[in-house]
Design a protein around this ligand. Sequence first.
Ligand SMILES: Cc1cc2nc3c(=O)[nH]c(=O)nc-3n(C[C@H](O)[C@H](O)[C@H](O)COP(=O)(O)O)c2cc1C
Length: 221
Amino acid sequence: MKAILVNGSPRKSWNTAKALDSAGEGLKENGFDVERINLYDYTYKGCTSCFACKLKDAKTNGVCAMKDELRPVLEKLREADAIVLGSPVYFSQPLGQVRSFVERWLFPIYSYHYENGKPLLCRDKAIPCGMIYTMNLTEEMYKEWGYAEALKQTPKSMDEIMGCCETLNIFNTYQFKDYSRYDITLFDEEEKRAYRDRRFESDLKNAFELGCRIAKRAKSL
Ligand SMILES: Cc1cc2nc3c(=O)[nH]c(=O)nc-3n(C[C@H](O)[C@H](O)[C@H](O)COP(=O)(O)O)c2cc1C
């Protein structure tokens, strides 16, 4: 079985990528082939409302018809048995590149054709998904600043359209290699480093376990 990890961060070896790779280890441990895709390697746009994916009796029905570098990525995702999306939080949302990707990935699968109050989704079976957010804020700030509400919509769409989605939040991430080079008073480097040294390993373990659960769910379908 095949799992795709989609890294929405422009950075290919930082917090989001590391968490995704740990989820990938959990999937591999359960017999999956795992591939990581880095969205910033591709030039693409968000959905352009062409609605080719909703045309009656057309071969583009259920499939994104846009011809750009995201096309082969979307083809791979159609073959995947499990998908984990990772996104840094930018201004309390998944970053723009991830939003554009989600439009292109999920909108063709979501159908306007409803029966018994439910859309006839354009996929053969449920594909277990994971959503990993990494963010600068502490868990306390996340709660106080209303992030839970802002961040829940993307995994909710993944859950509704792909069949199930589990979310993992990673807080208070370490953002720079050398804090002394940057003009910052909002965060204290010592505190950040202490938190990272204390917590990041267990965050990665949580990501690993998320990968294991997704793999087991995918196998049980
Ligand atoms: C443009 C920009 C906006 C950001 N906005 C937020 C934010 O609103 N809330 C937050 O908690 N972190 C914010 N961050 C921090 C990142 O979400 C955080 O450092 C994340 O872990 C980075 O992921 P990476 O290390 O995989 O690149 C922002 C970072 C950038 C570059």
